[in-house]
Design a protein around this ligand. Structure first.
Ligand code: BV8
Ligand code: ZN
Length: 251
Protein backbone atom coordinates (compact mmCIF):
# COMPACT_ATOMS: atom_id res chain seq x y z
CA UNK A 1 0.00 0.00 0.00
CA UNK A 2 1.33 3.47 -0.91
CA UNK A 3 1.07 6.17 1.77
CA UNK A 4 0.38 9.83 1.12
CA UNK A 5 3.37 12.10 1.92
CA UNK A 6 1.20 14.44 4.00
CA UNK A 7 -0.03 11.45 6.03
CA UNK A 8 3.55 10.31 6.67
CA UNK A 9 4.56 13.88 7.58
CA UNK A 10 1.65 14.12 10.04
CA UNK A 11 2.71 10.87 11.74
CA UNK A 12 6.44 11.69 11.73
CA UNK A 13 5.73 15.15 13.13
CA UNK A 14 3.22 14.09 15.79
CA UNK A 15 3.87 15.66 19.20
CA UNK A 16 1.31 13.39 20.90
CA UNK A 17 -0.11 10.42 18.97
CA UNK A 18 -3.18 8.59 20.29
CA UNK A 19 -3.77 5.08 18.95
CA UNK A 20 -7.37 3.97 19.56
CA UNK A 21 -8.14 0.31 18.87
CA UNK A 22 -11.11 -2.03 18.63
CA UNK A 23 -11.64 -5.72 17.95
CA UNK A 24 -10.35 -5.41 14.37
CA UNK A 25 -6.76 -5.10 15.63
CA UNK A 26 -7.05 -8.62 17.13
CA UNK A 27 -8.94 -10.14 14.18
CA UNK A 28 -5.74 -11.40 12.50
CA UNK A 29 -4.82 -13.13 15.76
CA UNK A 30 -7.90 -15.28 15.24
CA UNK A 31 -10.01 -13.54 17.87
CA UNK A 32 -13.52 -12.94 16.53
CA UNK A 33 -14.45 -9.27 16.41
CA UNK A 34 -17.14 -8.23 18.85
CA UNK A 35 -19.89 -8.64 16.25
CA UNK A 36 -18.43 -11.93 14.89
CA UNK A 37 -18.25 -13.29 18.45
CA UNK A 38 -22.01 -13.82 18.26
CA UNK A 39 -21.40 -17.22 16.68
CA UNK A 40 -22.57 -20.72 17.51
CA UNK A 41 -24.89 -20.82 20.52
CA UNK A 42 -25.02 -17.08 20.66
CA UNK A 43 -26.03 -16.31 17.09
CA UNK A 44 -29.64 -15.60 17.97
CA UNK A 45 -28.71 -12.98 20.57
CA UNK A 46 -27.93 -9.29 20.34
CA UNK A 47 -24.54 -8.30 21.80
CA UNK A 48 -26.34 -5.93 24.16
CA UNK A 49 -28.35 -8.92 25.51
CA UNK A 50 -25.25 -11.00 26.33
CA UNK A 51 -22.84 -8.20 27.27
CA UNK A 52 -25.12 -6.75 29.96
CA UNK A 53 -25.83 -7.27 33.68
CA UNK A 54 -29.46 -8.11 32.82
CA UNK A 55 -28.31 -10.74 30.31
CA UNK A 56 -26.01 -12.30 32.89
CA UNK A 57 -28.64 -12.25 35.67
CA UNK A 58 -31.17 -13.72 33.25
CA UNK A 59 -28.99 -16.59 32.00
CA UNK A 60 -25.60 -16.76 33.75
CA UNK A 61 -24.54 -20.04 32.10
CA UNK A 62 -25.21 -18.69 28.58
CA UNK A 63 -23.18 -15.51 29.23
CA UNK A 64 -20.39 -17.16 31.21
CA UNK A 65 -20.11 -19.82 28.46
CA UNK A 66 -19.72 -17.04 25.87
CA UNK A 67 -16.96 -15.33 27.81
CA UNK A 68 -15.13 -18.58 28.52
CA UNK A 69 -15.30 -19.43 24.79
CA UNK A 70 -13.84 -16.02 24.01
CA UNK A 71 -11.26 -16.25 26.82
CA UNK A 72 -9.96 -19.56 25.48
CA UNK A 73 -9.45 -17.91 22.09
CA UNK A 74 -7.48 -15.12 23.75
CA UNK A 75 -5.32 -17.59 25.70
CA UNK A 76 -4.58 -19.52 22.48
CA UNK A 77 -3.97 -16.41 20.37
CA UNK A 78 -0.71 -14.64 19.61
CA UNK A 79 -0.28 -10.91 19.01
CA UNK A 80 -0.26 -10.17 15.27
CA UNK A 81 1.89 -7.69 13.23
CA UNK A 82 -0.62 -4.91 13.97
CA UNK A 83 -0.03 -5.20 17.74
CA UNK A 84 3.73 -5.36 17.10
CA UNK A 85 3.69 -2.29 14.85
CA UNK A 86 1.76 -0.28 17.47
CA UNK A 87 4.28 -1.34 20.12
CA UNK A 88 7.16 -0.21 17.82
CA UNK A 89 5.40 3.07 17.01
CA UNK A 90 5.84 4.11 20.64
CA UNK A 91 9.60 4.25 19.97
CA UNK A 92 9.16 6.55 16.97
CA UNK A 93 6.88 9.17 18.58
CA UNK A 94 7.69 11.62 21.40
CA UNK A 95 4.46 10.64 23.18
CA UNK A 96 2.04 7.81 22.33
CA UNK A 97 -1.14 7.02 24.28
CA UNK A 98 -2.69 3.62 23.49
CA UNK A 99 -6.42 3.35 24.25
CA UNK A 100 -8.26 0.10 23.57
CA UNK A 101 -11.87 -1.06 23.69
CA UNK A 102 -10.63 -4.66 23.62
CA UNK A 103 -10.76 -6.91 26.65
CA UNK A 104 -7.83 -9.09 25.50
CA UNK A 105 -4.18 -8.55 26.53
CA UNK A 106 -2.56 -8.81 23.09
CA UNK A 107 -1.29 -5.21 23.12
CA UNK A 108 0.55 -5.94 26.37
CA UNK A 109 1.87 -9.26 25.04
CA UNK A 110 3.19 -7.42 21.95
CA UNK A 111 5.18 -5.09 24.23
CA UNK A 112 2.91 -2.05 24.58
CA UNK A 113 3.02 -0.51 28.04
CA UNK A 114 0.43 1.43 30.00
CA UNK A 115 -2.50 0.36 27.80
CA UNK A 116 -5.75 2.16 28.68
CA UNK A 117 -8.57 -0.43 28.74
CA UNK A 118 -11.88 1.43 28.44
CA UNK A 119 -13.98 -1.74 28.63
CA UNK A 120 -12.08 -3.78 31.22
CA UNK A 121 -10.32 -7.10 30.82
CA UNK A 122 -11.41 -10.69 30.21
CA UNK A 123 -8.62 -11.73 32.57
CA UNK A 124 -10.00 -9.98 35.67
CA UNK A 125 -13.24 -11.70 36.71
CA UNK A 126 -14.92 -10.69 39.96
CA UNK A 127 -17.94 -11.53 42.06
CA UNK A 128 -21.19 -10.17 40.59
CA UNK A 129 -22.48 -9.58 44.14
CA UNK A 130 -19.57 -8.36 46.26
CA UNK A 131 -16.93 -7.55 43.55
CA UNK A 132 -14.30 -9.75 45.22
CA UNK A 133 -11.70 -10.53 42.53
CA UNK A 134 -11.60 -14.15 41.34
CA UNK A 135 -8.59 -16.09 40.06
CA UNK A 136 -9.17 -18.47 37.14
CA UNK A 137 -7.77 -21.97 37.63
CA UNK A 138 -4.61 -22.44 35.51
CA UNK A 139 -4.74 -24.11 32.09
CA UNK A 140 -6.68 -23.73 28.86
CA UNK A 141 -9.65 -26.11 28.97
CA UNK A 142 -11.01 -27.29 25.62
CA UNK A 143 -13.93 -25.25 24.34
CA UNK A 144 -16.43 -26.88 21.96
CA UNK A 145 -16.44 -24.70 18.80
CA UNK A 146 -20.12 -23.89 18.97
CA UNK A 147 -19.73 -23.00 22.61
CA UNK A 148 -21.72 -24.30 25.56
CA UNK A 149 -23.65 -23.27 28.61
CA UNK A 150 -21.28 -23.07 31.56
CA UNK A 151 -22.32 -22.34 35.14
CA UNK A 152 -20.10 -19.53 36.46
CA UNK A 153 -17.97 -20.37 39.52
CA UNK A 154 -19.01 -19.05 42.95
CA UNK A 155 -17.36 -16.39 45.06
CA UNK A 156 -15.31 -17.73 47.96
CA UNK A 157 -16.41 -14.88 50.16
CA UNK A 158 -20.16 -14.52 49.62
CA UNK A 159 -21.18 -17.40 47.35
CA UNK A 160 -22.28 -14.99 44.61
CA UNK A 161 -21.71 -15.78 40.93
CA UNK A 162 -18.41 -14.80 39.29
CA UNK A 163 -18.75 -12.44 36.30
CA UNK A 164 -16.26 -11.37 33.61
CA UNK A 165 -14.21 -8.26 34.46
CA UNK A 166 -15.50 -6.34 31.44
CA UNK A 167 -17.68 -3.22 31.12
CA UNK A 168 -21.16 -4.30 30.00
CA UNK A 169 -23.76 -2.21 28.18
CA UNK A 170 -25.46 0.05 30.70
CA UNK A 171 -22.40 0.01 32.96
CA UNK A 172 -20.18 3.05 33.31
CA UNK A 173 -16.60 2.95 32.14
CA UNK A 174 -13.81 2.86 34.76
CA UNK A 175 -13.48 6.55 35.73
CA UNK A 176 -9.67 6.62 35.74
CA UNK A 177 -9.38 4.99 32.32
CA UNK A 178 -12.06 7.24 30.81
CA UNK A 179 -10.54 10.43 32.23
CA UNK A 180 -7.08 9.52 30.94
CA UNK A 181 -8.49 8.66 27.52
CA UNK A 182 -10.54 11.86 27.37
CA UNK A 183 -7.52 13.99 28.35
CA UNK A 184 -5.37 12.30 25.70
CA UNK A 185 -8.04 12.88 23.01
CA UNK A 186 -8.16 16.56 23.99
CA UNK A 187 -4.38 16.96 23.94
CA UNK A 188 -3.24 14.87 20.97
CA UNK A 189 -2.38 16.31 17.54
CA UNK A 190 -2.79 13.00 15.70
CA UNK A 191 -5.26 10.19 16.50
CA UNK A 192 -5.18 6.85 14.65
CA UNK A 193 -8.32 4.70 15.01
CA UNK A 194 -7.67 1.02 14.21
CA UNK A 195 -10.26 -1.72 13.75
CA UNK A 196 -13.38 -0.38 15.37
CA UNK A 197 -16.90 0.04 14.05
CA UNK A 198 -17.09 3.28 16.07
CA UNK A 199 -20.63 2.47 17.24
CA UNK A 200 -20.30 2.13 21.00
CA UNK A 201 -20.42 5.19 23.22
CA UNK A 202 -18.82 7.00 24.95
CA UNK A 203 -15.63 5.36 23.53
CA UNK A 204 -16.65 6.16 19.95
CA UNK A 205 -16.62 9.86 20.81
CA UNK A 206 -12.86 10.01 21.40
CA UNK A 207 -11.81 10.46 17.74
CA UNK A 208 -14.45 13.19 17.34
CA UNK A 209 -13.18 14.99 20.45
CA UNK A 210 -9.69 14.95 18.93
CA UNK A 211 -10.93 16.10 15.50
CA UNK A 212 -12.92 19.00 17.01
CA UNK A 213 -9.71 20.18 18.70
CA UNK A 214 -7.98 20.21 15.32
CA UNK A 215 -6.16 16.89 15.58
CA UNK A 216 -5.53 14.88 12.40
CA UNK A 217 -7.58 11.67 12.47
CA UNK A 218 -6.37 8.61 10.55
CA UNK A 219 -8.49 5.44 10.34
CA UNK A 220 -7.31 1.89 9.56
CA UNK A 221 -10.21 -0.40 8.70
CA UNK A 222 -11.03 -2.62 5.68
CA UNK A 223 -14.63 -1.46 5.93
CA UNK A 224 -16.54 1.80 6.23
CA UNK A 225 -17.43 3.04 9.69
CA UNK A 226 -19.23 5.89 11.40
CA UNK A 227 -15.83 7.61 11.71
CA UNK A 228 -15.16 7.90 7.96
CA UNK A 229 -16.38 11.51 7.76
CA UNK A 230 -14.02 12.67 10.52
CA UNK A 231 -10.90 10.97 9.22
CA UNK A 232 -8.41 12.87 7.06
CA UNK A 233 -7.27 9.49 5.71
CA UNK A 234 -9.18 6.19 5.64
CA UNK A 235 -6.62 3.44 5.05
CA UNK A 236 -8.75 0.58 3.72
CA UNK A 237 -7.00 -2.64 4.65
CA UNK A 238 -6.33 -5.15 7.43
CA UNK A 239 -4.38 -3.64 10.32
CA UNK A 240 -1.86 -6.52 10.22
CA UNK A 241 -0.76 -5.33 6.76
CA UNK A 242 -1.38 -1.58 6.85
CA UNK A 243 0.36 -0.80 10.15
CA UNK A 244 3.68 -2.60 9.43
CA UNK A 245 3.65 -0.88 6.01
CA UNK A 246 3.04 2.49 7.62
CA UNK A 247 5.87 1.91 10.09
CA UNK A 248 8.25 0.98 7.23
CA UNK A 249 7.29 4.08 5.26
CA UNK A 250 7.78 6.29 8.34
CA UNK A 251 11.33 5.15 9.05
C1 BV8 B 1 -22.68 3.60 29.22
C2 BV8 B 1 -16.79 -5.08 26.65
C3 BV8 B 1 -24.01 4.71 30.77
C4 BV8 B 1 -17.66 -6.31 26.76
C5 BV8 B 1 -18.10 -3.55 25.29
C6 BV8 B 1 -27.80 5.23 22.06
C7 BV8 B 1 -26.87 6.16 21.63
C8 BV8 B 1 -25.61 6.27 22.24
C9 BV8 B 1 -25.27 5.41 23.30
C10 BV8 B 1 -26.21 4.49 23.71
C11 BV8 B 1 -27.45 4.39 23.12
N1 BV8 B 1 -28.13 3.39 23.73
C12 BV8 B 1 -27.35 2.86 24.71
C13 BV8 B 1 -26.18 3.53 24.70
C14 BV8 B 1 -25.07 3.31 25.56
C15 BV8 B 1 -24.27 2.08 25.14
C16 BV8 B 1 -24.02 2.04 23.65
O1 BV8 B 1 -23.12 2.70 23.16
N2 BV8 B 1 -24.82 1.22 22.94
C17 BV8 B 1 -24.60 1.07 21.51
C18 BV8 B 1 -25.01 -0.32 21.09
C19 BV8 B 1 -25.40 2.17 20.79
N3 BV8 B 1 -23.02 2.23 25.82
C20 BV8 B 1 -22.90 1.75 27.06
O2 BV8 B 1 -23.78 1.15 27.65
C21 BV8 B 1 -21.59 2.07 27.76
N4 BV8 B 1 -21.90 2.55 29.07
O3 BV8 B 1 -23.13 4.27 28.34
O4 BV8 B 1 -22.95 3.80 30.51
C22 BV8 B 1 -23.84 5.07 32.16
C23 BV8 B 1 -23.34 6.33 32.45
C24 BV8 B 1 -23.20 6.67 33.77
C25 BV8 B 1 -23.54 5.76 34.77
C26 BV8 B 1 -24.01 4.48 34.44
C27 BV8 B 1 -24.15 4.12 33.12
C28 BV8 B 1 -20.73 0.83 27.93
C29 BV8 B 1 -20.42 0.22 26.59
C30 BV8 B 1 -19.37 -0.86 26.77
C31 BV8 B 1 -19.91 -2.19 26.27
N5 BV8 B 1 -18.83 -3.18 26.32
N6 BV8 B 1 -17.08 -4.41 25.39
C32 BV8 B 1 -17.21 -7.42 25.85
O5 BV8 B 1 -16.18 -7.29 25.15
O6 BV8 B 1 -17.92 -8.43 25.84
S1 BV8 B 1 -18.42 -2.86 23.78
C33 BV8 B 1 -17.71 -3.77 22.54
O7 BV8 B 1 -18.34 -3.40 21.33
C34 BV8 B 1 -16.27 -3.45 22.26
O8 BV8 B 1 -15.55 -3.27 23.44
C35 BV8 B 1 -16.30 -2.21 21.42
O9 BV8 B 1 -16.29 -1.04 22.20
C36 BV8 B 1 -17.67 -2.27 20.82
C37 BV8 B 1 -17.61 -2.36 19.34
O10 BV8 B 1 -16.75 -3.39 19.07
P1 BV8 B 1 -15.52 -3.12 18.04
O11 BV8 B 1 -14.27 -3.20 18.81
O12 BV8 B 1 -15.72 -1.89 17.22
O13 BV8 B 1 -15.72 -4.38 17.19
P2 BV8 B 1 -16.82 -4.57 16.08
O14 BV8 B 1 -16.99 -6.03 15.94
O15 BV8 B 1 -18.00 -3.71 16.34
O16 BV8 B 1 -16.10 -3.97 14.80
C38 BV8 B 1 -14.87 -4.53 14.39
C39 BV8 B 1 -14.30 -3.58 13.37
O17 BV8 B 1 -13.04 -4.12 12.96
C40 BV8 B 1 -15.16 -3.47 12.11
O18 BV8 B 1 -15.26 -2.09 11.75
C41 BV8 B 1 -14.35 -4.23 11.05
O19 BV8 B 1 -14.48 -3.65 9.76
C42 BV8 B 1 -12.95 -4.05 11.55
N7 BV8 B 1 -12.00 -5.10 11.15
C43 BV8 B 1 -12.24 -6.42 10.90
N8 BV8 B 1 -11.06 -7.04 10.59
C44 BV8 B 1 -10.09 -6.10 10.66
C45 BV8 B 1 -10.67 -4.87 11.01
N9 BV8 B 1 -9.96 -3.73 11.16
C46 BV8 B 1 -8.63 -3.81 10.94
N10 BV8 B 1 -7.99 -4.95 10.60
C47 BV8 B 1 -8.69 -6.11 10.45
N11 BV8 B 1 -8.03 -7.24 10.12
ZN1 ZN C 1 -18.84 -12.31 46.48
Amino acid sequence: MQFNDALLAALRGARHLVVFTGAGVSAESGIPTFRDALAGLWTQYEATQLASPEGFADNPALVWGWYEWRRMKVLRAQPNPAHAAIASLAGLTPRLTLITQNVDDLHERAGSADVIHLHGSIHQPRCFTCSQPYAYPPGIPDEPEGGRYLEPPRCGRCGGRIRPGVVWFGESLPAKAWNRAWQAAQDCDVLMSVGTSSLVWPAAELPEIAARRGATVIQVNPGETALDGWAAWNLRGPAGEVLPGLLEAMR
